[in-house]
Design a protein around this ligand. Structure first.
Ligand SMILES: Nc1ncnc2c1ncn2[C@@H]1O[C@H](COP(=O)(O)OP(=O)(O)OP(=O)(O)O)[C@@H](O)[C@H]1O
Ligand SMILES: [Mg+2]
Length: 290
């Protein structure tokens, strides 16, 4: 089979592991930088050019599109779809997953547990927003944040109000969310491929830190999900329309609460924590579908 991995950086762990796993199963595999693809659109006959060559004979693509290039990356994925190439992540699902507000609405409609969340569009009603989120302590998140940066725990109403006001002044959009104290500075990541959990880990923040991000000094260990957690994770991936998903959940007194569903989940943390060959599961997913 001819498999192309859409990735801006061929040196990334995830990209390299996917190349390795595809080769091991005797496929032709190539890393394509989606940002350097040209798309040709006319009546029918969709074509993609990469470094001056026409890309044909592709059987499947694995999109690994960074958040900063969602717009163009998605257009390239869509073009492959028009060429009837199988994709492990559909363009529609990719776009949906990158919109945090829309994602939470989709998950809520699917009946999944979520931390109560308030979105604000530079609102001046700071007091009401904090009330809506259940009062202090609350979590305040920058909409564009990642790796735990821009996630703040405001212990008191006064602190919450001044942080929200400060962000409003900077014209930075934020989410205000109920603080799930009993999660104990940990979250769980379920890695899903084709309707199955292929690995799960618990990430624990360092001492005194409520954020479990590995980039913030957290540590990851393999865990076995409860039936309830597994069901929630699978349902979340399905609601988002994702064949491959990293579902992040908080363990709360009222069961698992979905934090986020990642459409390009990294392989390094999960393969290291679980010792599983997840890249291989992804290649096998392609083999079943092409
Ligand atoms: N409502 C909450 N209650 C308790 N802890 C939370 C809550 N929201 C987030 N956390 C903790 O903070 C960490 C970072 O939050 P989150 O995952 O939402 O942001 P991020 O990692 O910066 O963004 P992204 O996951 O989109 O890259 C979580 O992994 C979790 O440990
Ligand atoms: Mg996170």
């Amino acid at each position: 089979m001819n498999i192309k991995i859409l990735s801006a950086n061929s040196h990334l762990y995830s990209t390299q592991r996917l190349v390795e796993a595809a080769k091991k199963r005797k496929h032709d595999v190539e890393v394509i930088n989606h940002a350097k693809c040209d798309i040709v659109i006319e009546k029918k006959n969709p074509v993609i050019y990469y470094k001056g060559h026409k890309l044909d004979h592709t059987d499947a693509i694995i999109p690994r599109i960074g958040a900063s290039v969602t717009f163009y990356g998605t257009a390239v994925v869509r073009q492959f779809e028009m060429m009837r190439v199988f994709t492990t992540t559909e363009s529609q699902a990719l776009v949906r997953s990158r919109d945090k507000l829309r994602s939470l609405q989709v998950l809520s409609r699917a009946g999944l547990g979520l931390p109560k969340t308030v979105f604000t569009n530079y609102s001046k009603n700071v007091k009401e927003i904090v009330d809506q989120a259940g009062g202090a302590p609350v979590i305040i998140k920058l909409l564009e944040g990642t790796q735990g940066i821009g996630v703040i725990l405001a212990e008191t109403r006064k602190a919450a109000e001044s942080v929200i006001e400060a962000f409003n002044n900077l014209q930075a959009r934020v989410i205000v969310q109920e603080f799930i104290k009993e999660a104990g500075g940990a979250d769980i990541r379920a890695f899903i491929v084709d309707g199955q959990v292929v690995g799960a880990m618990k990430r624990q923040g360092k001492e005194g830190e409520f954020r479990s991000n590995l980039h913030r000094g957290g540590t990851a260990t393999v865990i076995k999900l409860s039936d309830e957690e597994e069901t929630a994770a699978l349902k979340a991936a399905k609601a988002m329309g994702l064949g491959i998903a990293g579902v992040d959940m908080l363990q709360s007194a009222r069961g698992p609460l979905i934090l986020e569903v990642n459409s390009s989940p990294g392989l390094e943390g999960i393969e290291t924590a679980t010792g599983k060959d997840i890249a291989n599961s992804i290649i096998k997913y392609i083999e079943r579908n092409v």
